[in-house]
Design a protein around this ligand. Structure first.
Ligand code: HEM
Length: 181
C-alpha cells in the first residue's frame, strides 16, 4: 500500500503555517508588554516553542516531497531555491522561508554571541517571511480554495496585522512622550 504522502505534505505545511502564526502572534503580544509578567513569560515560551515546531514541520513538509509517491521532488529542488520544474517561484518562496526560519531560531539561541543589534535586524525578517509563506501556501496549496483554509489564512493574517498596528501605535505614543518630556 502506498503511503498517503500528499496528505502528509499538505498537513505538515498547514501545521507549520499555523505554528508560525502562533509564534509570531505571541512574539508581537510579548513585545507589546501589555500582559502581566507571568503571562508575558508564558507568551515568550510559546513564541519560542511554536517557532521551533513550525521549523520542524516545515522541514518535514519539504523533505516529504522527496518521497512523494505521485510527483517526487529532488533534494536540489527542495533545498536550492527556484530550481524546481514546477512553479519554481512559489516553491522557492517555501525554501527561502525555511532558511529564514533557521536563521531566526539560530540567532535567537545565539543572541548573546551575535549581539542585540544583529539579532533585532535578523528578527525583522519574520514579518516578510509570513508574507512569503502565505503567498506560497495560498498560491501553491491544494487546500487554499476550501472555505476553512480561506478563513485560516484571512484570520491569521488579520490578527498579525492588527497586532502590528497596535505595536506601531504604542511605539509612536512612547516616542512622542520621550520627545515632549
Ligand atoms: C517553513 C517552510 C514552509 C511552510 C510553512 C510551508 C507551508 C505550506 C502550506 C501552508 C502549503 C499549503 C498546503 C495545502 O494547501 O494543503 C504548502 C504547500 C506546498 N509547499 Fe510548502 N511550506 C514550506 C516549505 C516548502 C518547501 C521548502 C517546499 C519545496 C520546495 C515546499 C513545497 C510545497 C508544495 C509543492 C506545496 C503544494 C502541496 C499541495 O499539493 O497542496 N514548501 N506549503
Amino acid at each position: 500500500m502506498a503511503l498517503p504522502t500528499w496528505e502528509f505534505i499538505r498537513a505538515a505545511g498547514l501545521a507549520s503555517y499555523f505554528l508560525l502564526f502562533v509564534s509570531v502572534a505571541c512574539g508581537l503580544l510579548f513585545s507589546i508588554k501589555a500582559a502581566k509578567p507571568k503571562t508575558n513569560q508564558l507568551l515568550q515560551i510559546t513564541h519560542q516553542s511554536a517557532g521551533w515546531f513550525s521549523l520542524l514541520f516545515g522541514l518535514f513538509h519539504g523533505l516529504l516531497l522527496n518521497i512523494d509517491t505521485y510527483k517526487p521532488y529532488s533534494l536540489v529542488g527542495i533545498f536550492i531555491p527556484f530550481t524546481t520544474n514546477d512553479a519554481p517561484l512559489l516553491n522557492g518562496l517555501g525554501t527561502i522561508s525555511l532558511y529564514i526560519m533557521v536563521l531566526l531560531f539560530i540567532s535567537g539561541d545565539l543572541m548573546k554571541k551575535v549581539g542585540a543589534k544583529v539579532w533585532k535586524k535578523i528578527h525583522r525578517l519574520a514579518l516578510p517571511m509570513v508574507i512569503l509563506i502565505s503567498i506560497h501556501g495560498i498560491m501553491l496549496g491544494t487546500d487554499a480554495g476550501n472555505g476553512w483554509a480561506i478563513i485560516l489564512y484571512a484570520s491569521t493574517l488579520a490578527i498579525i496585522l492588527s497586532l502590528l498596528i497596535v505595536k506601531l501605535l504604542l511605539l509612536k505614543a512612547k516616542t512622542k512622550k520621550v520627545v515632549s518630556a
